[in-house]
Each structure stands twice: as C-alpha cells, then as structure tokens.
Design a protein around this ligand. Structure first.
Ligand SMILES: Nc1nc2c(ncn2[C@@H]2O[C@H](COP(=O)(O)OP(=O)(O)OP(=O)(O)O)[C@@H](O)[C@H]2O)c(=O)[nH]1
Length: 340
C-alpha cells in the first residue's frame, strides 16, 4: 500500500468547472472555486456547452451567452445531425490539436498553453476517480452517480511554466458512445488509456483502444500513456507492473501505475501528460513532425482506394515500430514520462 501525500495535485493551482453556457467561471489565481458553485452537467450537455464555448464571438467586449439564453439552434439538433451539419472533422490547428472544443478563437500563444487530455478505457477502471483527483475532489461523495462531473480545467505549473490543463472524462462504451469517442479522438492532445491492475480484461482491451486512437488520427504522433490504476489493491492484482511496461514498450507508449484512491502518482501522471505534449510540440516546431499527406511537404494523397488488407497492414505498421533498435529504446524509457 502506498501512502504518498506528496502526490496530491498542487494547492496553488486553479480549478475551473465548465458551466452550462460554456463560459468558464473565471476565478483569480489563488482563489479556490467553491464546490457549491460548480454546475454539474451530464456528459453530452457538457460537450455541447463546450462546443458552444468555441463558437463564442471573438469580438472583445461582446456579451457571452448566459445559461438562461436559448441554446443556438445548431446545438438543439440531435447528436447525429449536429455532427453531420457542423464542419466535421474539424481542421487540425497549428498546435497539433484540432481544438474543436474549448479554446475557440484563442491566439496561437494561448493555444500553446492549453493541453487537452482525454481519459479513455473500459468501464470501472477508475477514470472518473482519476479525473476527480485532478479536479481536487476528494472522498466518495464526489463520485456519486448524480454528480457526473466530467471535465476539469486547472492551471498548473509544470517545470516552472504555467499551463492550462483540461482533463476530459467523456469516453463512453458501447454503440451509443461512438459520437463522443470521435470527439475525444479529434480533440485530445494526449490520451491516457486507463486499465485496472485488478482487471485483466481491461488490460487486454488496451491494444484495441490504442489502435482506435491511432486509426482516428493516423498522421499525428499522439502522446499515449497506459495507466495501470488501482495499484493499492495488491491482493486482487491481476496485471503485474512488468506486464504493463512490456505492453507499453511493445505499443510505443508510456506507462505508469496509479492509485486514484490514494492519490499515488496522480500528479506525476497529469504532469507527465503535459510534458509529453510539450515534447511533441517542441519536436514539431523543430520540423520533426510527420507532414499531412497531400500537403506540399507530405506524401502524395493516395490516388486509389486502399484495400482492406492494405489498410489493416498500415494500421498494424503504425501500431508496432518497425525498427528494432528504436523499439528497444522506447521500451526502456516507457516509465519515464519526461522523455519522448
Ligand atoms: N481501491 C481503489 N479503488 C478505485 C481506484 N480508482 C477507482 N476506484 C473505484 O473503482 C470504482 C470505479 O471507479 P470509476 O472512477 O467510477 O471508474 P470509471 O472508469 O470512471 O467507470 P465508468 O464511469 O463506468 O466508465 C469506484 O468504486 C471507485 O471508487 C483506486 O485507485 N483504488
């Protein structure tokens, strides 16, 4: 059992729950946001509210939509319609994030300071509990089903630089969750694939989830961290630390074990996600990112439709690194979230 009080998130950071109108409650730095002031929404409504926020007028001084105002017509559409009729998928931003949610018309410098992290994984592995630890919530009452807080925004210091980290816990299982999963895929700057070390089934689903993520953003070098949660439950452990690391090495991901219940390694996880995004942004600025196909510097767009076999091969090639030396390097450092 680990008890590590140091792993709690910074106390000098600011937490902002996103409100229904999509406008954030701005509290001055250092002012704690009262929990009672937090407006709780169900997941789809929260997402629409976020979409609304990205559509706010960019004119300085223009009024922001209040909760009492009617929702714009496009947001009153059914989910499927809304996806079809809004420009989808959104264009990738220069910062490497599609920015369909959240940052709206932010200046590039601002965008660079916003890091969007998606919690994904099977049901019951502890995604909401992890998100709660990030949001500063504590105790069981924070995770009552009628309080489905699922998006947290905090300003945190990582390596002496302040960033705005937004953590989304909106991943849904099953057919009904397809729309939200697509949003997750297109929006995230980094993905935390959470499994429970006490549930081998959730671990065995990791490659499939990763494949889905990489297939959804084939031309992006997505930061992905495998998170073995519930490490405090030593007696019911079904997945060893070595197995987790080995899988991460094989899949070219990072790996960390956490206990959301004890706040063990949770701070390392979220700060690590920021570092992974920063490293990739730095590399892409230095010219190392793979260009989009069809772009002047990228490979020519395929003239013909690919066969299913070819597509499958390409997905697998993306999943497993081709170069054995590279693979060894990656697998050795998969637990170090401060390096690529
Ligand atoms: N012992 C222990 N229990 C945990 C930990 N993390 C989460 N739990 C418990 O596991 C259960 C499921 O946690 P959730 O956070 O709801 O899991 P989830 O992945 O969000 O589940 P869905 O909302 O169904 O997708 C809850 O009873 C949590 O209290 C942990 O680190 N240790």
């Amino acid at each position: 059992m680990h008890t590590d009080p140091d792993t709690d998130m910074d106390t000098d950071t600011e937490t902002t729950a996103l409100c229904p109108s999509g406008s954030r409650r701005a509290s001055p730095p250092g002012t704690p946001t009262p929990e009672a002031d937090t407006t709780l929404l169900k997941k789809p409504e929260k997402l629409l509210a976020e979409l609304d926020r990205s559509g706010l007028p960019s004119v300085p001084g223009a009024p922001r939509r209040r909760g009492s105002m009617p929702v714009p017509y496009k947001h009153q559409l059914r989910r499927a319609q809304a996806v079809d009729e809004l420009d989808w998928p959104p264009q990738a931003s220069s910062s490497g994030s599609s920015d369909s949610l959240g940052s709206g018309e932010a200046a590039p410098a601002q965008k660079d300071g916003i890091f969007k992290v998606m919690l994904v994984g099977e049901s019951g592995v502890g995604k909401s509990t992890l998100a709660g630890t990030f949001g500063g919530l504590q105790g069981d009452s924070a995770h009552e089903p009628e309080n489905p807080e699922d998006t947290y925004e905090r300003r945190i210091m990582v390596d002496k630089e302040e960033v705005t980290l937004v953590v989304y816990d909106i991943w849904e299982q099953g057919d009904a969750g397809g729309w939200l999963r697509d949003h997750c895929l297109q929006t995230g700057d980094a993905f935390l694939i959470v499994f429970s070390v006490t549930d081998r089934r959730s671990f065995s689903k990791v490659p499939e989830t990763l494949l889905r993520l990489r297939a959804g953003r084939p031309h992006h070098d997505l930061p992905v961290i495998l998170v073995g949660n519930k490490s405090d439950l030593a007696r019911s452990r079904e997945v060893s630390l070595e197995e987790g690391r080995h899988l991460a090495g094989t899949l070219s991901c990072k790996h960390i074990e956490t206990s959301a219940a004890l706040h063990h390694n949770t701070r390392e996880l979220f700060e690590g996600a920021v570092r992974q995004i920063r490293l990739r942004r730095g590399r892409s600025r230095a010219g190392g990112q793979r260009p989009e196909p069809g772009s002047p510097e990228g490979p020519a767009a395929p003239a013909r439709r690919e066969s299913l076999t070819k597509k499958a091969k390409r997905f697998l090639a993306n999943l497993v690194p081709r170069n054995a030396k590279f693979f060894k390097q990656r697998s050795r450092s998969c637990h170090d979230l401060s390096v690529l």
